[in-house]
Structure formats: C-alpha cells, structure tokens
Design a protein around this ligand. Sequence first.
Ligand SMILES: NC(=O)c1ccc[n+]([C@@H]2O[C@H](COP(=O)([O-])OP(=O)(O)OC[C@H]3O[C@@H](n4cnc5c(N)ncnc54)[C@H](OP(=O)(O)O)[C@@H]3O)[C@@H](O)[C@H]2O)c1
Length: 254
Amino acid sequence: MNRFSGRVAIVTGGGTGIGAAVACQLSREGAEAVYIWGRRKAPLEALAARIMHCVPMSVDVGDEGAVRDAVESIVSRHGRIDLLANMAAISGPCARAEDYSMADFERVYRTNVFGTFLTMKYCLPHMQRNGSGAIVNACSCSGMRGYSNEIGYGSSKFAVLGLTQNAASENGKNGVRVNCVSPGWVDTDMLDEVLRGYESLNGMSPCKHELNHGTMERPASPDEISEAVCFLLSDAARYVNGANLVCDGGKTLQ
Ligand SMILES: NC(=O)c1ccc[n+]([C@@H]2O[C@H](COP(=O)([O-])OP(=O)(O)OC[C@H]3O[C@@H](n4cnc5c(N)ncnc54)[C@H](OP(=O)(O)O)[C@@H]3O)[C@@H](O)[C@H]2O)c1
C-alpha cells in the first residue's frame, strides 16, 4: 500500500511506542518525509536510522517557540505539511487529587494539552492554505471517563478530546480533518511507567495482564493503535472529521 505517497508528516512522540509505530507505518506506506519529534535525541536518532525518509527533530511540544520554528523549517524545505500525528504525552504521577502537586499538574498539561494545541496552531494554517490535511491526536479511555489516581493525565486527555472537536468544527469544509484515537492499555514505556506509579502508591503493582483490558484481555501493541491512527490520517477516512476512534479492546464496555 502506498496510501501516504508524497505526503509530509510530523509525528510528535515519534521516537518510542505508538508514535514510533505510526512513523514506521507512514514510512512503509510511501510518505515523502516523516519528521519525528521528541525531547530525547537517542530514541529519535535510533529510529530514524532504521526507516526510510525519517528525520529526527528534538522539539519539546510545550515550547511555543520551538514548535513554531520546527514547523517553519519543515515548510521551508517541503512547502507544506500534510499530516500531523500528535502522540507526545506524559503520564505524570500516580496520586489522588489532594496529593497531586501543582507543579506536576502543570507539567502534564504543558505537554499533553498545550503541546497538542501548539502543534495544531502552527500546522493548521499550512494545511488550510493547501486545502488538505489530516491531524490525529492521541486521546485515551482516560479522556472519556474518570479513573482513580490520574487526575492530571485523565483530565488532560478530556482536554485533548475537546481540542480535537473544536479544531474539527473550524475545519472540514477546507479539506482539513481533525480526529483522535482513544486506546485502552498499550504495551509501551508509558504502561511500564504507570505500573511503577502503582507500585510507589500501593507498595505493589498489578502485572500487565491483570489490568482491565476489556474484552481482549491483553494490552494493545503499538502497531494495533498505529493502524487506527493511519486510517484516520489516510484518504480512506476522507469523510471522518471530529471523531474519537475508540480502540480499547472493549475496555470501556466493561
Ligand atoms: N500506553 C498506553 O497505555 C496509552 C493508553 C492510552 C493513550 N496513550 C497515549 O498514546 C500516546 C503515545 O504514548 P505511548 O504509550 O507510545 O508512550 P511513550 O512510549 O512514553 O511515548 C510518549 C512519547 O512522547 C514524547 N514526549 C513526551 N513529552 C514530550 C514533549 N514535551 N515534547 C515532545 N515529545 C514528548 C516522549 O519522548 P521524550 O521523552 O524523548 O520527549 C515519547 O517518545 C500518548 O499520547 C499517550 O497518552 C497511551
């Protein structure tokens, strides 16, 4: 399949986990260039060395100047941005609301909410000018209902759903679509970090298979979520705008 032939893409959080799987799939399916963003150079450079047409960029999505400059440098090179996959996020601490520090709350919002806002803010004008573009944001089951001990992360994902719907309602008629995906548990570094958080809170942590995985009784692989992200980025989803594609293995059914 060459669904992304000639497309220029940005994948935030592209060095690891779901973002890395999305970058690999875009590259495999013909993208002209896949810019992967993250704060740490090592995972970005390791992935870029393995796949075609992949360019690592150290960009903190919560830093407005860095996002603006990175977008402009890509546009000055290619003349456009076609696809944006906003996968960067942090999970923050595992703590009840009364124990959650303001500093942690701000840190989680800076990446998960401000980062999603900033990348859209600076990419949308280029997509609008070209009359086409697709954005997919990483939401979560945690952005659809409340769970314990994750007030910063969970509420930030509710905000990502809101950002997606607001931006979608402002676009669409101009050929630009904005959607999001909501995974359940996915087997990535973030899941390992959350399990460590449970351990620091309770002195012990459930095993991966003991978490609520819904009907599938296992976490998703990053590739399984990438399939959903790439569907929404592709022309196959050309009439889908403002959607939240829940890919949680049935977790929110139970
Ligand atoms: N894993 C799950 O169970 C799960 C479930 C539902 C939703 N999600 C969502 O799926 C997305 C991908 O998560 P993942 O599971 O693949 O976790 P992951 O492997 O930890 O990936 C997160 C990525 O975001 C990057 N990142 C963090 N802060 C950043 C910042 N300020 N600027 C730029 N990049 C930043 C990280 O790289 P650096 O640290 O190098 O910056 C990392 O590559 C996230 O939005 C997450 O909330 C995950």
